[in-house]
Write a protein that binds this ligand. Structure first.
Ligand SMILES: [Zn+2]
Length: 214
């Protein structure tokens, strides 16, 4: 039995295969569905069914008059769809690129994900580079020039190069793997926390302290 549902694993509106349907009462049932796109399973809660006594029993899927079910109303899908992480205190253009990366990662578009994280890095550099020290050349050269100008810790430079490096995979013939994309996401997240979120939080604490002291 085929049904349409937004798969919580790949977040694509998909045909899914109804494997099992267990009635809860005469209008609701719990179902196990496998996604035709990613082949993963999801448990969904179906409401607005009209389950009559003769349909119930062990084989509801084959007994149920599906032509009567106009549209299945699905609620409470498990697992919950992955949510994009948010890094607070990002400049708007950096935030948009980062969220794009998170969105593509959740829907398993790894090539687009690493490209978006790379864009968030490029925009970060442009935002922070108030003296225009790193405006020319390849991203590699920009990072190096930026690091030199603003005396950036080595660990941070390495993170920048990792995000750049994974982002460069878009020029390869093979797409980045899930592991590579997840690692790029991790590096980008740490980087953005370090360069935008942490300083903003430190400032906020300083301001609070100031108010307490006064
Ligand atoms: Zn799926």
């Amino acid at each position: 039995m085929e049904i349409k549902f937004v798969c919580p694993n790949c977040r694509v509106l998909q045909g899914g295969n109804l494997r099992s349907l267990v009635p809860f009462d005469e209008s609701q049932a719990t179902a196990f569905v496998t996604c035709n796109y990613c082949n993963r399973g999801a448990v969904i809660f179906v409401v607005n069914l009209k389950i009559r006594k003769e349909h119930a029993g062990s084989d509801l899927i084959s007994n149920f008059p599906w032509q009567e079910a106009q549209q299945l109303d699905l609620r409470n899908v498990h697992p919950l769809p992955p949510r994009p992480r948010e890094v607070p205190n990002l400049p708007e253009n950096v935030r948009r690129a980062y969220l794009d990366g998170e969105e593509h990662l959740a829907t398993r578009h790894y090539r687009s994900a690493v490209a978006a994280y790379r864009t968030s890095l490029e925009r970060s550099l442009r935002n922070l580079d108030t003296e225009d020290a790193a405006s020319k050349g390849t991203l590699f050269k920009k990072i190096e020039a930026f690091a030199k100008k603003y005396s950036i810790p080595e660990a941070l430079i390495q993170l920048m190069h990792s995000v750049r490096d994974f982002g460069n995979d878009i020029h390869e013939d093979v797409d980045p793997t899930e592991d590579e994309a997840k690692l790029a996401a991790e590096c980008a997240t740490l980087l953005l926390i370090y360069i935008f979120d942490l300083p903003a939080r430190v400032e906020a604490v300083k301001a609070r302290k100031q108010r307490v002291v006064e």
